[in-house]
Design a protein around this ligand. Structure first.
Ligand code: FES
Length: 57
């Protein structure tokens, strides 16, 4: 499922980045992707995805 429609970033992509690089914050994701840089509507949902990944680890 796409989280960031503006840049085509999916929940799987966010999870993969979080796992591969140990990223646990939106700031970290934004350093490697343009997530949230256009309309910003995806930030809240991206946070929820990150929380799920951190919860699972
Ligand atoms: Fe992510 Fe617009 S949906 S910047």
């Amino acid at each position: 499922m796409y989280i960031c429609l503006c840049h085509g970033i999916s929940d799987k992509k966010i999870m993969k980045l979080a796992e591969q690089y140990g990223i646990s914050t939106i700031r970290g994701i934004r350093q490697v992707t343009p997530l949230g840089s256009q309309c910003g509507k995806c930030i809240r949902q991206a946070k929820e995805v990150l929380e799920q990944v951190t919860f699972i680890q």
